[in-house]
Design a protein around this ligand. Structure first.
Ligand code: SAH
Length: 345
């Protein structure tokens, strides 16, 4: 029989598992605490369990951990980019960022990605596989152990499309915010999607208070199709309707991401159209000057253009921030560190 992944069980599921082994409920509580608060990396570290119970756990369960393959630290702002090896040898990236309001971690949700956005390095070799719930959690746990510092915000904005790994992503959010685990407030968790419309409707019914971010990147379907293949499947109109429903159901305002690509989506006209869309959905926008990847010839908008674009939106009373570029001196854009490592091998 295949061993089960112990770290992917929710608190209630773990309780059922342990009770069905003939153990008392409080044992499950102890084990959950070792896994999700004390962040141990082996059953042998669970010192308040008997040797016998530890052996039985080892026989029935795997305890996944991530191995740090490489860490790049920015000399500018202390951002740390981690390259992790999964138990099956696959590689993923996560990022640690230090902000005034607390430390933030950006996690990956898949190995690779099948969405095909033109400017994104994560998607070039397609999707390898979904991450398990434990493997998404482990990115935060490994970084917490390495930095010895508390994570206060989490963004699911690394490699992969979280809504294409829906069940594991939702479970990850619940377990990360569970009072028996790291207990990170759902208000401090953001999940970003390129716009899988049916999943936005599903997510609205999960009773979560996370922030949903939508990667828009263009203001007309035609322009969006040139950057994001998913736009062939869902129109901006359908995305807007799904967002209004999400706001209706959750009361949470949505964030929109808009990567500025020089000469492609950064004109004054684009800004005006974007303002109209944002007003309709009552959302605010994060502008991200595109981080050029060497496999594609997109260039970033000039600083002057970024400022003018922001100005235009503000004149229309739109709430706008420019994503501070963290770790520009390291392989900052999604999927770049993994790619450059793989190419060296
Ligand atoms: N799949 C999810 C989350 C992953 S990426 C999504 O599409 O939202 C997080 C954000 O970074 C997305 O808005 C994505 O479009 C953007 N992004 C990816 N590569 C980029 C690059 N090279 N420069 C700027 N933004 C990029």
């Amino acid at each position: 029989m295949d061993k089960k992944d112990i770290k992917s069980f929710s608190f209630d599921e773990l309780n059922n598992e342990i009770v069905s082994m003939g153990e008392k409920s409080f044992r499950a509580k102890q084990i959950y605490d070792w896994l999700h608060v004390k962040l141990v990396r082996s059953f042998d570290e669970m010192t308040n369990l008997s040797n016998d119970l530890r052996s039985r756990l080892k026989e029935a369960y795997t305890l996944t951990t991530l191995e740090i393959v490489r860490v790049q630290e920015s000399k500018i702002d202390g951002t740390r980019k981690y390259l992790f090896k999964l138990p099956d040898g696959n590689l993923i990236e996560s990022v640690w960022m230090i902000y005034k309001h607390g430390n933030s971690v950006c996690v990956s949700s898949q190995v690779g990605c099948r969405m095909g956005c033109k400017f994104c390095a994560s998607t070039i070799d397609g999707l390898e596989r979904n991450l398990l719930t434990s493997e998404i959690l482990d990115q935060i746990y490994a970084i917490t152990l390495d930095t010895k510092d508390r994570v206060s915000n989490v963004v699911v904005m690394g490699s992969g499309e979280p809504m294409d790994n829906y069940d594991n992503t939702v479970k990850f959010v619940r377990m990360l915010s569970d009072e028996h685990g790291l207990n990170i407030s759902q208000r401090n968790i953001t999940v970003s999607t390129c716009g899988l419309v049916p999943k936005i409707y599903d997510l609205a019914n999960e009773d979560l208070s996370i922030t949903l971010a939508i990667s828009l990147h263009a203001t007309t379907d035609e322009k969006r199709r040139n950057l994001m293949p998913i736009a062939n499947k869902y129109s901006i109109k359908e995305i807007k309707e799904a967002c209004l429903n999400y706001f209706d159901k959750t009361g949470r305002r949505l964030t929109f991401e808009y990567s500025l690509v020089g000469g492609v989506n950064d004109t004054d006209e684009d800004a005006e159209e974007l303002a109209d869309i944002l007003r309709e959905v009552n959302g605010h926008v994060n502008l991200i000057p595109v981080n050029p990847i060497k496999e594609r010839d997109f260039v970033s908008s000039t600083d002057k253009r970024v400022a003018a674009f922001k100005n235009k939106l503000e004149k229309k009373q739109i709430n706008v921030t420019i994503r501070r570029e963290m770790g520009r001196d390291i392989d900052g854009a999604c999927g770049q560190l993994r790619r450059s490592f793989l190419q060296e091998q």
